[in-house]
Design a protein around this ligand. Structure first.
Ligand code: ZN
Length: 142
């Protein structure tokens, strides 16, 4: 299987069956994001305790790339610390702007193909930027 096929398969799968696609009852960071270039909307729910992402989910609607990227992101971030997230965030942005491969990103590397389509980069990074600002905000009190 070449990278292009893998890319298509993973994106299609995660778009059709997004993982962690729900609200989160115990979320203490909630943030909405919007990509006006494409119309993608995402709301990210994070349950963070002692600087560890215990759980993360998302809801929203958008193009296949934005949904697949959010789905892959939630899978990758559960159990990660906030500082690990920041490292992955930087690597992900680098992957999407420069291509190549980032070993730490594992499955997320399938989104590397997006760097050839600059118009779609914001679709793929929407959930990541939303998560970053959600974590930077004060803890949401239920
Ligand atoms: Zn989009």
């Amino acid at each position: 299987m070449n990278l292009n096929e893998l890319y298509q398969q993973v994106i299609l799968d995660h778009n059709k069956n997004p993982r962690h696609f729900s609200t989160l009852e115990n979320a203490n960071h909630i943030k909405e994001g919007y990509n006006p270039l494409c119309g993608d909307k995402v709301t990210v729910y994070i349950e963070e305790k002692d600087q560890v992402i215990q759980n993360i989910s998302f809801q929203g609607c958008g193009c296949a790339i934005s949904v697949a990227s959010a789905s892959l992101m939630t899978e990758a971030l559960i159990g990660k610390t906030v500082s690990e997230f920041k490292i992955l965030f930087d690597q992900f942005i680098q992957l999407l702007t420069q291509g190549g491969e980032q070993p730490d990103l594992k499955k997320l590397n399938v989104l590397g193909g997006v760097h050839e389509f600059p118009m779609r980069v914001k679709c793929a990074t929407l959930a990541w930027h939303t998560t970053k600002s959600a974590l930077e905000e004060d803890v949401h009190v239920n």
